[in-house]
Design a protein around this ligand. Structure first.
Ligand code: G3H
Length: 249
């Protein structure tokens, strides 16, 4: 049975003091839903976040990692380094990594492999741009983003994969996909996985929606059958807003 998850991607926001304040705020608000909660602060704050939250039910994730285990890769962080500070989940393939750092499916497949070899959970992000949707190519684009980065995995590996559909045109823009658009794409994604693997693998994979989710629209989006939670950007930077989204289930 798949889990509901609400994950906060803090992106390149929050210094150490902000992190402590935000986590303090999150801990003060009761969780009333069954959703698993994840936060992804910047690298510099992962250790503090992990230490502060290790006795809570909030999990801490990284926003990215390198595909190699070590070496001359200035400025990069490996899976084993993340694990060394307690981090067992990583976001890969975010549209900002794709757009600003040129990450494509072949590289992402390597990153996914490195994460799984280190027994980490992967939140794999993907989603079409506005031009793809306008040309009616959004299903094809999403199919390619999933199949080329993930379909080399065996069925068992999918236990460690969470998908996050984030239409690029809805990220940070205030424009949200309608609950119907989200459901339509999530159902397509689940069918694509069922066709490649099995209905069981497809039914067990958590598929998050991301793109301008806020307290006001979370409940309606999460009410859709194939939407199992959200990857939240802007609204994850305020404890009240983020917990309101967590509690929207
Ligand atoms: O990772 C989160 C997404 O990019 C969504 O960001 P947003 O909620 O600010 O639109």
């Amino acid at each position: 049975m798949r889990k509901n998850i609400v994950a906060g991607n803090w992106k390149m926001n929050t210094d150490l003091a902000d992190t402590q304040e935000l986590i303090g705020g999150l801990k003060k608000i009761a969780k009333t839903s069954d959703a698993e909660v994840i936060i992804a602060p910047p690298f510099t704050n992962l250790y503090t976040a992990f230490e502060t939250l290790k006795d809570s039910d909030i999990e801490v994730a990284a926003q990215n990692m390198h595909q190699s285990s070590s070496g001359a890769f200035t400025g990069e962080i490996s899976a084993s380094m993340l694990k060394g500070v307690g981090i067992k989940t990583v976001i890969l393939g975010h549209s900002e990594r794709r757009a600003y750092f040129g990450e494509k499916e072949d590289l992402l497949a390597e990153k996914v492999n490195a994460a799984l070899e280190n027994e980490m959970k992967v939140i794999y992000c993907f989603g079409e741009e506005l031009k793809d949707r306008n040309f009616g190519e959004h299903f094809e684009v999403v199919n390619k983003q999933i199949s080329q980065a993930l379909f080399h995995l065996d069925a068992d590996a999918w236990k460690h994969i969470v998908l996050a559909y984030e239409p690029v045109w809805a990220i940070g823009t205030g424009e949200t996909a309608s609950p119907e658009q989200a459901q339509e794409m999530h159902a397509f994604i689940r069918k694509t996985i069922a066709d490649e693997y099995s209905q069981e693998v497809a039914d067990n994979v958590t598929i998050l929606y991301g793109g301008s989710v806020k307290p006001a629209n979370a409940k309606e989006i999460f009410s859709k059958a194939d939407v199992d939670g959200g990857l939240i950007g802007g609204a994850s930077l305020k404890a009240e807003d983020f917990m309101a989204i967590v509690n929207a289930f």
